[in-house]
Design a binder for this molecule. Structure first.
Ligand code: ADP
Length: 482
């Protein structure tokens, strides 16, 4: 089928099923956030394409599973190498699709995508179940492949988050069907090219493009899948959870956040300010973002002034330019959503310290980094995830108050704490409910560490052994010589 040119890269707008490019009569239009131009028409799959993809994955499964971790590792290392060799193309296409910074893509994010594959291939090779004897019986715990995994990913970091699931699922011996995000579907299509070039057997990795409610829903409902790994919104997570419950299929959910960034007066001031301003990265379209800035009262004025000064220096602009710090929001629809949050916050009595509107200079989907202060306690902006460059600023007097405010949310994805006191760090850490707590650092993520959310931020953990606990069928064997 024909390819389309995106950022000077030829990309297939078709599905990838059983090693073949397959198109659909129905398509959807993908728009670039950079200038709201049309990037292309992409195949919109439904039940039929999902059924073909799951069938191809089921067909490829026995041989892939039988290869064992070492056999699969040969393919997956090659796969990772090819992704790595195409970092420049992948970064350019990702930037055109979702407006994330080209430079970060080139230098970090796309390399990390390759590493996601390599890391889990290697981890699988050293993964050891347990073995022991009890009452004259030999027990062992084995990690077995579990069949076909359905992988559903969002648009804010499509290739990074897709490989974060593809890597361990394939390494575990499963075959996969990926439903990429419809707002940024192109790098996942390129991932299929990489898989093909690496010689992955047909059907091991399949891509069904399409709309969430159609292709995504059909995939989660298919009787041939045995795992669902999802990253996205709470609303969609709830829908997928119900489908998974009906069919008793394990579902891992990495959902939203409204994470606190807690700054005590005894912390490294500059580092804390820098981290606070860093929450505007990717235009705030980051589930892990620490969007609720909580600062100890004694340094609050100084901190706010430093944030105001720092915000002036943030360069909002075309994500392809090297000097740009913050790019556009992903789509007009999402822009309206973010703007709606900002307008309601103003109506509910919150004060704009800076930003609060579209860039006068750039227009389009370029929303200014925004900070709210003097926010009424009941305001929506303190509770709901905005997923945009919008932060709230609140102050606290005591450690207890800081903890209470940090936990005053339905979410529990992450928390960041800045303090010079190791004892305080320990106390606050243990009181905060969150899947990840960063202390005097932010965003550090080692792939062997479990990642996931507490409360409404999700169910399950992935990373290191945890990925295999999820993707594998864990079998206990009790053996007695016959
Ligand atoms: P976000 O917009 O925050 O990324 P979504 O939850 O809307 O969150 O989207 C995440 C992924 O889930 C996308 O790939 C989307 O197509 C998919 N999706 C949306 N609705 C459904 C659904 N009902 N069933 C399965 N997947 C869905």
């Amino acid at each position: 089928s024909e390819r389309i040119l995106i950022a000077n890269v030829l990309v297939s707008p078709a599905h990838y099923i059983g090693g073949q490019r397959v198109s659909s009569k129905k398509t959807f239009t993908v728009i670039s956030p950079i200038d709201e131009s049309v990037l292309g028409e992409v195949a919109a799959g439904g039940e039929k394409e999902v059924d073909e993809a799951v069938s191809a994955a089921l067909k490829a499964y026995p041989e892939w599973a039988a290869l064992g971790p070492k056999g699969r590792g040969v393919y997956l290392r090659r796969f990772a190498d090819i992704v790595e060799s195409r970092v420049e193309e992948l970064a350019a296409v990702e930037t055109a699709s979702n407006g994330s910074l080209l430079e970060s893509g080139r230098l970090r994010v796309m390399k990390r995508a390759a590493y996601n594959i390599r890391f889990f291939a290697e981890w699988a090779e050293t993964l050891k179940g347990k073995s022991w004897e009890s009452n004259g019986t030999q027990y062992s715990v084995l990690y077995q492949p579990s069949g076909v995994s359905a992988l559903i990913t969002p648009w804010n970091a499509p290739l990074m988050l897709t490989t974060w699931k593809v890597g361990p699922a394939l390494a575990a011996g499963n075959t996969v069907v990926v439903k990429p995000p419809e707002w940024a579907p192109f790098t996942c299509s390129l991932l299929a090219d990489c898989a093909e070039e690496a010689g992955l057997p047909a059907g091991v990795l399949n891509i069904v493009q399409g709309i969430g409610e159609e292709a995504g829903a059909a995939l989660t409902q298919h009787s041939g899948i045995s795992r669902i790994s999802f990253t996205g919104s709470v609303e969609t997570g709830r829908i997928i959870g119900k489908v998974a419950a009906d069919r008793i299929v394990p579902a891992s959910m990495e959902l939203g956040g409204k994470s606190p960034l807690v700054v005590f007066a005894d912390s490294d001031f500059e580092a804390a300010v820098k981290t606070a301003l860093g929450q505007y990265d990717n235009a705030g379209q980051v589930c892990l973002a620490g969007t609720r800035i909580l600062v100890e009262e004694s340094i609050a004025d100084k901190f706010l002034d430093a944030m105001k000064e720092g915000a002036k220096k943030i360069v909002l602009g075309d994500p392809r330019n090297i000097e740009t710090d913050v790019g556009p929001l992903i789509t007009r629809e999402h822009f309206m959503r973010v703007q709606g949050f900002v307008e309601r916050a103003k109506k509910q009595g919150a004060t704009v310290a800076y930003g609060g509107k579209v860039s006068e200079k750039l227009g389009g989907l370029y929303f200014e980094p925004t900070l709210f202060v003097d926010i009424p306690e009941h305001a929506e902006i303190l509770k709901e995830e905005v997923f945009g460059p919008v932060l709230t600023f609140q102050t606290f007097r005591t450690e207890e108050e800081a903890i209470e405010m940090a936990n005053n949310t339905e979410y529990g994805l992450a928390a960041t704490v800045f303090t010079g006191s190791a004892e305080r760090a320990q106390r606050v850490r243990s009181a905060i409910i969150g899947g990840t707590v960063w202390i005097n650092t932010f965003f550090a993520r080692d792939l062997s560490a479990p990642f996931g959310g507490s409360k409404k931020s999700g169910i399950g953990r992935e990373g290191g052994d945890f990925s295999f606990d999820f993707f594998c069928n864990i079998q206990t064997v009790a053996y007695k010589a016959g």
